[in-house]
Design a protein around this ligand. Structure first.
Ligand code: GUN
Ligand code: ZN
Length: 452
């Protein structure tokens, strides 16, 4: 299955849930290759890509098009194109109200002064509901079809976040944050309580029968977690075969503190390794100050790094050298890291990613900065790999879920130049487009339009 010819002879054409898209399609195959099909035929059946081919003047194309009712066909304008939805692999939903403040402080001070007091508010589920419904709408509006969310320690509020994603049709991994030390009293959990609440949270999400929203094990970071808590979370991840997310080597003072706190660990990454938290389903955010041996450990364990360039600049954490990670075969994805990052738009994160890389090229001679094609890869396929879902998400290979957006470059803030090719319009969107250029968004083939 996969070609138009196969499709014409297949029973899946009998499905009522089928859509045909005619127009430009752009996606990433691998880090070095963006495929642009200026005139494509894209067939989506039961929410999945059933065929993608260049449009040709032949009888088969006529046959396939005739099998769709007019209301099942979307013809794109010359200024429009379809790309895969963005995958934000590191974002703190409860921190949205603080986006844009407190960036005169380094990480550890910022956490105490701004982040922890805000997160305390989420013992109140009704407060959580208001913020989380808004977060899901805003991120979807910016083309984030999948997000790996940090919640807070409060399981009921995290369930509310999962519910908000489910109701809006956003694909999500939701983490109940776990911390049993070095935080304010009202956010500090007893180790046993943290594990019990996490189990309740996991079971609630797994039993809701919706594969779109899944739990993710979330020890906040090494400074707020005991070895016992981290080890037990590692066991839970193993028992339920779950994803894991945490922070790693974001800020120089943080790294010093971790070394002091865990004198027996070889380095920061080893703290997590000893707790069996490093797996192929683990996403470690930031990784700005890694030693070579830590990078080797991440590669060996097949963990992914969520690069959070906007946050790394806002909180002055440092310039993460993504090229160094990619060169040795560590998978990298992108994260907005609100509220460390000031923007929840993955477009802004892609630009910070490119700009961080350009800044590194001024420091290191012969350094090749990341291209916008590579940033796009990180935002789509890199994210799919980070979630160990590269067979289901990230591009439009046949059989994958149709998580996508239709971009329209006619809208503000862009100014039309009819001489530009589709490839140039794509470049323009990455460099200066925003949510006003996102015309439609789809998850599992379903239009998940958001109106404010
Ligand atoms: N490290 C531990 N917690 C946090 C957080 O909430 N944001 C960021 N950026 N880093 C962290
Ligand atoms: Zn973070």
């Amino acid at each position: 299955m996969g070609t138009i010819t196969d499709l014409l002879n297949s029973r899946i054409m009998e499905s009522q849930d089928k859509k045909l898209y005619l127009g430009a399609v752009i996606h990433s195959q691998n880090q070095n290759q963006v495929t642009i099909i200026p005139k494509a035929v894209l067939v989506v059946i039961d929410g999945k890509v059933a065929a993608l081919e260049p449009l040709m003047e032949n009888s088969q194309m006529g046959d396939i098009i005739s099998r769709f009712e007019p209301n099942m066909i979307t013809k794109l304008h010359d200024t429009q194109f379809i790309i895969p939805g963005f995958i934000d692999t590191h974002i703190h939903a409860p921190q949205f109200p603080n986006a844009g403040v407190g960036y005169n402080m380094p990480l550890l001070e910022w956490l105490n002064r701004y982040t922890f007091p805000l997160e305390s508010q989420y013992h109140d589920v009704s407060r959580a509901k208001v913020v989380y419904c808004d977060v899901v709408k805003r991120t979807l509006r910016c083309g984030t079809t999948t997000a790996a969310y940090f919640g807070t320690i409060h399981a009921d509020s995290c369930i509310m976040l999962a519910e908000a994603a489910r109701l809006s049709g956003q694909r999500a991994l939701v983490g109940k944050v776990c911390m049993d030390q070095n935080c304010p009293a009202d956010l500090k959990e007893e180790t046993e309580q943290s594990i019990q609440n996490t189990e309740v949270f996991i079971n609630t999400l797994l039993n809701n029968g919706d594969a779109l929203v899944r739990p993710i094990i979330t020890p906040r970071f090494a400074l707020t977690s005991s070895e016992e808590l981290m080890s037990r979370l590692g066991q839970l991840a193993n028992r339920f075969d779950l994803h894991i997310q945490t922070h790693l080597s974001e800020n120089a003072d943080e790294v010093k503190e971790v070394k002091k706190k865990f004198p027996n660990a070889k380095n920061y990454a080893d703290v997590y390794e000893r707790a069996k938290l490093l797996t192929r389903k683990t996403i470690v955010a930031h990784c700005v100050h890694l030693e070579d041996s830590e990078i080797e450990l991440l590669r060996e364990k097949r963990c992914s790094v969520a690069h959070c360039p906007d946050s790394n600049l806002c909180l002055r954490s440092g310039l993460c050298d993504v090229r160094r990670l990619l060169n040795v075969g560590v998978n990298v994805s992108l994260g907005t890291d609100v509220a460390g990052g000031s923007s929840h738009s993955m477009l802004d994160t892609m630009r910070s990613c490119i700009n961080t890389s350009i800044a590194l090229s001024f420091i290191y001679p012969d350094y090749t900065p990341l291209s916008y094609h590579e940033a796009f890869y990180l935002a789509t396929m890199g994210g799919a790999k980070a979630l160990d879902m590269e067979d289901k998400l990230g591009n439009f290979e046949v059989g994958k879920w149709f998580d996508a957006m239709v971009v329209d470059t006619r809208n503000y803030p862009m100014t039309l130049n009819p001489q530009l090719s589709i490839s140039e319009l794509f470049e323009k969107f990455i460099y200066m487009g925003d949510d006003r250029n996102i015309h439609r968004t789809y998850v599992n083939g379903k239009n998940v339009q958001v109106h404010f």
